[in-house]
Ligand binder design. Sequence first.
Ligand SMILES: NC(=O)c1ccc[n+]([C@@H]2O[C@H](COP(=O)([O-])OP(=O)(O)OC[C@H]3O[C@@H](n4cnc5c(N)ncnc54)[C@H](O)[C@@H]3O)[C@@H](O)[C@H]2O)c1
Length: 334
Amino acid sequence: MRYVISGAAGFIGSHLCERLIAEGHDVVCVDNLITGHRENVEHLLHNPRFEFIEHDICKPFDLPGQVHRVLHLASLASPVDYLNHPIETLDSGSIGTKHMLELALRRNARFLLTSTSECYGDPLEHPQSETYWGNVNPVGIRSCYDESKRYAEALTMAYHRKHAMKTSIARIFNTYGPRMALNDGRVVPAFIDQALRGRNLSVFGDGSQTRSFCYVSDLVDGLLRLLESGEPSPVNLGNPREMTILEFANIIRERFGNTVSISFHPLPIDDPKLRQPDIDKARRILRWEPKVPLEEGLGITIDFFRDKIEGGSSASVDARARVMNRPDQVQPAL
Ligand SMILES: NC(=O)c1ccc[n+]([C@@H]2O[C@H](COP(=O)([O-])OP(=O)(O)OC[C@H]3O[C@@H](n4cnc5c(N)ncnc54)[C@H](O)[C@@H]3O)[C@@H](O)[C@H]2O)c1
């Protein structure tokens, strides 16, 4: 099949491309490189089944030939990026989503939107299940991201209802792995970066806020199962193993032989206090659940960042990460 993936030169998109190419599909990567990097897909550029198009999906977009699947990942995705580019963030969730939906509609292709757990805002229900409508501040500093995704979800459901399109919506919870950007403010690269440089780990607030971390190969597997499932309403994809940020900081410290300390900083505005996916729906409908233990995924991710920071080649670590994206490494159905 031929897949068109927006935002494919980013962290998750590059792993998705690898998995699809390994399965024998054709992949068209559309990315304006606002936060993504050509080097994330460099190893695929020579492959005749892979095509890279540098383009802003907020501008009209079409391409010749058949299209069977459209996956819309393009967005500013980390707090640092969407706070720096709030208008571009709203545009990619609204105008960009419309352009990708229109492409899927014209080609009669299945469509998948990567939405986010941020749709639940600072949740009053725990863990968060898909039936919870969320607690989002619509004019707060993070609203450019949260509301762009909520609008993108509404638009996707409108295309599904109006045109009977086959659409899916993944609500992704914190995902980590090689090729995350070191300086994008997300806690996994931030702690690893600080630990590798021998600096204190910056914990915001008292560190009692919780997160749940999913390794990227598990997420990619969930996304592809969802795309083929025919389920139009949102599905949570994430790892239900919840921990406080302080616990996570201590896991990182232990991995570095307790050579680094922790420093505490004021909690950012509207930072969600709790994050844990209820993945019953994914288990039931997709027969999916994460299988990579945090300790294993963290090992691969730390090695990747170590190579990057120490200026070595990340080729060997990249090769290990790629093994995790091979179809034969994917979990059997539950
Ligand atoms: N990583 C996570 O933990 C997480 C959690 C929830 C949701 N998501 C969602 O998953 C998707 C991928 O996230 P990621 O972590 O890989 O982020 P990323 O920043 O690494 O990738 C996003 C990509 O989109 C591209 N992009 C942004 N605006 C664009 C535009 N207008 N036109 C073309 N390309 C554009 C960027 O250049 C980048 O390559 C995003 O939609 C994000 O909101 C990710």
